[in-house]
Design a protein around this ligand. Sequence first.
Ligand SMILES: Cc1ncc(COP(=O)(O)O)c(C=O)c1O
Length: 387
Amino acid sequence: MKTLDMQPSRRQFIQQLGLGAAWLGLATNAPLVLANSTHTLPFRQNAAPLLLHWNENSLGMSPNALSAAKYAIENCGNRYPDASVDEFKLKLADHHNVKPEQLVFGNGSTEVLQAIATYAAQNNATMVEPSPTFGDLNGYCKSENLKVIQVPVEQNFEMNIAALKKQAMAQTGSVLINICNPNNPTGNIVDFTTLFDWINNAPETHLFLLDEAYFDYAQANARYKSGLALINQGKDNVVITRTFSKVHGMAGMRMGYGIATVNTANKIKPFAAGFNLSAAALAAASAALDDKPFYKKSIEYNQLSKTILVDTLNELELAHIPSDTNFVLHEIGTPLADYAKHMQQNGVRVGRKMTLDDRWNRISLGTPDEMKIFAQTLKAFRQEGWV
Ligand SMILES: Cc1ncc(COP(=O)(O)O)c(C=O)c1O
């Protein structure tokens, strides 16, 4: 059986690399191709870098969101955006058909995860989660000295719900259960009937955090349902988190939020940073919600890119986990460090180690054009014996 490791959080990752401020330049603009390197394929010499390592949205944000952000900076950059927060809260509540009081905002959804961890610490909760999964909540819980229990995913990379449930039930006192659905870095979902059955029959002391950062990509799957359905039924032991970083292409703007019943939201809010949203992010998010064609295009492009990638992986007989997200975990058949080095020499940034199996990589889905370049690169790698 493959055993798997926790995905390091982005924060830990940056700290580990010791990149600090330099990371900003490296992650975006720095030329990644080592010109004249013997490991650079002819067609990738001096090529523009492809950033396929952080599950961002290469499409960028909606042009309307960009104009709104520019307008906000030019006209309100010197003013505190209180009124905009109130206005946006009403709009987002309306969008989800919930009460404004049910929303908890974050400067990115990771900030909401931090608030939930701090709230859980007041009850000295134990945190239970699958492994691998998105690592930020784990980091926040450890900072709060909470006990964290990780349950390896199954051999087919599905979450082991029975084992997670067993661990949760074995704890005394409060338990925080972290279910990233769809999961990162595996990209797969938890069947909603299994998940809802667990939540519906769990003790009141068990709070379920359903991290739905990739919700928008999973909606088309009939086996997927957002935890919002449970919150709408009045379940106090569920909180979901969502973000504008993925489908809306606003990772750099930092806008995320949680939704829970009023009762649960009121318990979490005291631990959330107040006054944490910028005028630009509020304006962009508001325009993004209105730009339905961009939203549709973003999902369609992601699907197109996934098809290009999956076709290539199949052609090269490299296994992958079926994904309902904007990334795919797939086999590379060689040590990840070598693969990542060769990719970097060819102007492609790929993931870091996500699983205990060193011969798998998580690749973010760029635009269809980017994925065509990636597919060509991967095929050339096969010729070189690098995959
Ligand atoms: C599962 C998951 N949750 C949350 C986040 C972070 O989202 P945000 O940019 O809203 O902080 C990510 C980012 O990669 C993620 O994969």
